[in-house]
Design a protein around this ligand. Sequence first.
Ligand code: SF4
Ligand code: ZN
Length: 437
Amino acid sequence: MAPRSCIKCQSSKAMLKRPKTQEQVCRGCFFTLFEEEVHETIVQTKLFKPGERVAIAASGGKDSTVLAHIMTTLNARYGYGLDLFLLSIDEGIAGYRDDSLETVKRNELQYGIPLKVVSYKDLYGWTMDEIVAQIGTKNNCTFCGVFRRQALDRGAVLAGANKIATGHNADDVAETVLLNILRGDVPRLGRCANIITGEDSSLPRVKPFKYAYEKEIVLYAYYKKLDYFSTECVYAPFAARGFAREFIKDLEAARPMAIIDVIRSAEDFTFTSASEDKLPQPRTCERCGYISSQPVCKACVLLEGLNRGLPRLGVSRTRGRRGEKAGLHPDVERVATAQAVSAVKWTASGAGGSKEAQGNSNHDTVEVAAQLGSSSSVAHVPAVVVSSTGQSEGDGVCASAGGASAAGLPEEARADLGPGLAGCSAAGAADNDTVLG
Ligand code: SF4
Ligand code: ZN
């Protein structure tokens, strides 16, 4: 049988079936379609303004690497006028983050944009390895997710960014919609599919890949031979997001447009003002100045537990206890003494105020000292006013948390993706082959 030609250009041989649309296209047309769809998303949703300084949250994984590639490509092609840089978080996980940071450092050279790295050790005084040594592997991702979310904001502020772009894709957004439905979290459901969160704040987060399928991101990275890191975090098996992820993959296997439909459904929900009212009102943490729905933010509560050798503090569910004194978990209340609370003390004086904030050096670790002291010594984080109320669950969750189906991807790409993707291909076994030849 003669090979099919690409349904777009009609001249080249079709090389793959697009996971999103099932169109049979050649490689060149796939690249063009993928890039143009992201461009359309950016333009239609007015994601950026000329002159903005945009931090691309970079882990070295496939999503953020493709995001860095696409953002630099489109910025040059369409003259967005953005000042882009890579922002990485070093959680301090030996054998995982140290290796992936090497990938990001290569990306810095490959894409010609500077890299900033902020580390948990500098911000909080603890690496994830040290945290796991103290708390074990049960709640490690809770600490890591809370710390990462805040670390990204802090790093972006110190580097003088106006926006953070994350690599969250359509699968991630659909998953978050589903999780919010399962939890009955109506207020968050109303906002979790937003392409911009914290829009009214000084540091909004944007998701240029909101409508891009994970499998297409993998195919793009694979065929473009992008340099990305695919090893799973050594603590990932204990991350729990698997069910919603697998369910979304099953839906996709049965009907590829299901992912977009889940997102569109969330976009079309209408909510009463009563459900909006249930969202906690953003305020600032009285210890570190970070945005929080409570007087003391979650990171400070978790940090306090670690520093006191009581790591379970702040991990237990606090739902229904809002409004208690000082917003602390009752266990924390019991042990807290009047004079000593742990605090993150910042050496940087303000947004744009430090040498780092001027963007003078590349891939330096931001000089932030995490020290313990009395509550009076808390130095406030400069104007990080990011709405926590509309953020999706996915914003604090790393790419290593939970696997995904590799069905429909080239064999080599599956191997390339590591256990996170390749490990559960059975979940999408009904999927059609994507690679045609
Ligand atoms: Fe952190 Fe992700 Fe590893 Fe969990 S799986 S410890 S969230 S890097
Ligand atoms: Zn705080």
